[in-house]
Ligand binder design. Structure first.
Ligand SMILES: CCCCC/C=C\C/C=C\CC/C=C/CC(=O)SCCNC(=O)CCNC(=O)[C@H](O)C(C)(C)COP(=O)(O)OP(=O)(O)OC[C@H]1O[C@@H](n2cnc3c(N)ncnc32)[C@H](O)[C@@H]1OP(=O)(O)O
Length: 260
């Protein structure tokens, strides 16, 4: 891979640590997503690995979500490849047999939030400047049904409905209150806490935990598998609309202006 987006390490405890490292904001480009999926596949196939902690090597940002430039002014072929890579990443992570813990050490909008939601447990740094949520509506786009399903499975229908319609980004304390993250800890304690949670989950026999996880997640995973091609078509037709392209361009401009 051209860019070193991820570092991973499997300790004697059978736990890998994956650190997102794609400056400036760990946006999920096609290359990043491909590398992430391959890394997950390798860990999944490694019998020595029973769990993975996902965090960021960058200060203040866990992941800024899907790389918006991948959805602007590109060809149908590119959109197809990109969206398939997004689907693949989610199918691997949400369907993983490993214990997955997100150590959310920075802001995590949209696709970044999806990664955290797809893990078994979320611990977030208790910094109110860090926020997390599915804010797609704020960009004038719509979270796909499997983003929504993943969200509903974590926080329940009512909270998900309100949060999705408003495209809310919840500061860490609010995210904790809503159940979007399981725990808040001081930033310097995040990895220590993630390791402790991991040890607790790994204390159970793998087969019982894995079968239970499959039972809880299968319906949602199967729904995307059954409608994968249709979902790609929907993405392409949605993102190809001039009105959507305009919204995305304006959002990127707003991000740039914010700096000046
Ligand atoms: C009913 C029919 C339904 C059909 C539906 C079918 C399909 C669905 C269709 C579409 C769904 C698509 C789903 C998308 C999910 C997503 O993930 S969209 C991405 C959402 N992400 C965001 O909104 C985050 C935007 N970024 C920020 O808020 C901030 O950057 C930050 C993360 C909080 C960091 O702030 P900070 O001040 O530290 O940094 P800067 O803002 O200065 O950013 C630095 C640099 O990075 C660029 N950038 C930031 N985020 C992104 C990104 N997501 N993609 C690409 N580039 C990004 C930013 O522009 C700066 O660039 P520079 O000015 O050139 O330095």
């Amino acid at each position: 891979m051209a860019a070193a987006t991820l570092a991973r390490r499997i300790g004697r405890s059978g736990v890998a640590v994956m650190k997102f490292k794609s400056p400036p904001v760990n946006s999920l480009s096609l290359e990043f997503l491909t590398e992430f999926s391959i890394s997950l596949e390798k860990l999944e196939n490694n019998r020595a690995c029973r769990g993975v902690i996902i965090t960021s090597a960058l200060p203040k940002i866990f992941s800024s979500g899907l790389d918006i430039t991948e959805m602007c002014g590109k060809s149908i072929e590119h959109y197809t490849e990109f969206w398939r890579a997004v689907q693949e990443m989610w199918l691997r992570l949400y369907g993983s047999n490993m214990v997955t813990v997100a150590a959310v050490n920075g802001s995590s909008p949209a696709g970044g939030c999806l990664i955290a939601l797809s893990c078994d447990y979320r611990i977030m740094a208790e910094n109110p400047k860090f926020s997390i949520g599915l804010n797609e509506a704020q960009l004038g786009i719509v979270a796909p049904f499997w983003f929504k399903d993943t969200f509903v499975n974590v926080v329940g229908h009512r909270i998900a409905e309100r949060s999705l319609q408003l495209g809310s980004l919840h500061p860490a304390p609010e995210a904790h209150k809503l159940g979007l993250v399981d725990e808040l800890v001081p930033e310097e304690k995040l990895m220590e806490k993630a390791a402790a949670v991991m040890a607790q989950w790994l204390a159970l026999p793998d087969h019982a935990r894995q079968l239970t996880k499959t039972m809880m997640r299968k319906a949602v995973l199967d729904r995307l598998v059954a409608h994968r091609e249709e979902d790609i078509k929907n993405f392409i037709s949605f993102v190809s609309k001039e009105s959507i392209q305009k919204s995305l361009r304006m959002y990127m401009e707003m991000l740039k202006k914010k700096k000046s």
